[in-house]
Write a protein that binds this ligand. Sequence first.
Ligand code: 13P
Length: 328
Amino acid sequence: MDALHGVARQLVANKKGILAADESTNTANRRFAALGIEQTEEMRREYRGLLFSTRSIGEFLSGVILYDETIRQKDDQGVPFAQLLSAKGIIPGIKVDKGTVDFEGHPGEKITQGLDGLADRLKEYYAPGARFTKWRAVIAIGEGIPTEDCIEENSRILAEYASVAQAGGFVPIVEPEVLLNGGHTIEKAEEVTMRTLQTVFAALEKKGVDLAGLILKSSMVLSGKECPEQVDAKQVAEATIRTFRNSVPENVAGIVFLSGGQSPEQATENLAEIIKLGQQPWPLSFSFSRALQEPVLETWRGNSANVEAAQQAFLKRLYLNKSALSGT
Ligand code: 13P
């Protein structure tokens, strides 16, 4: 457990964040297709290689979450990606859920699959250097949803996953994402996020998961994307911290944010406002995918002549988010 605590602490220390580069093949292909980038394993390798070989990313990143395909890939010099990251002082992690499926009998709701054979899969990831894992559950807000059943079932699965991950020597990142889609108010998002986090932590406690060796990955508390009343970053920050104070035990090793479909600028601004609220019981940081990668992909567009400019775009987002962690 000491090693797990150390990894968990390191992931949220020194004003560094975590890059989520664990998009499934389908998701990565969807993002490539939108920009006219060829959807092949080689292009996904080149793109991840562009991210991981960017100079000085170790100043900004404590960890990178990889996908099964990516942890098996190598850079142009034949160095496995996980090894390349470790050499930069960045801890490799691995997404271990297998995506969402419809929750039977609950229209509009999803549960996350991937518990089958999880302990065996984890063994494969330890040797290449992965020391933490991620599992994402989604909670949608809409007419009559989320149901208690959906929150309970996703929480039960998250706790089972976290318990298996710790037994296998990995820090679990537990990610119950309350989706931004919909016309709901920020008050509704706060109520749902609080209920979700309370249920998740009750399930983790029941399962005996060691919270000092666990990271929570949370959405920020935001008005729905289609809500006519959009609020400013200060209100987002206050609602988010109030929600955590009402639901997250103080011994959790840290909380990191997903970006969830916010623009890169909005995610960074909201993060800075959250940090400006001052010291909290848990270290806070970012673990963005889209808010770090959108400008990179748009600059690269699958063209090797754009690699350097794309890496500059990546460094810019990293620099701004690290600044946000200082409240600026
Ligand atoms: P976004 O930052 O794009 O929401 O992705 C974070 C993530 O890891 C989702 O599982």
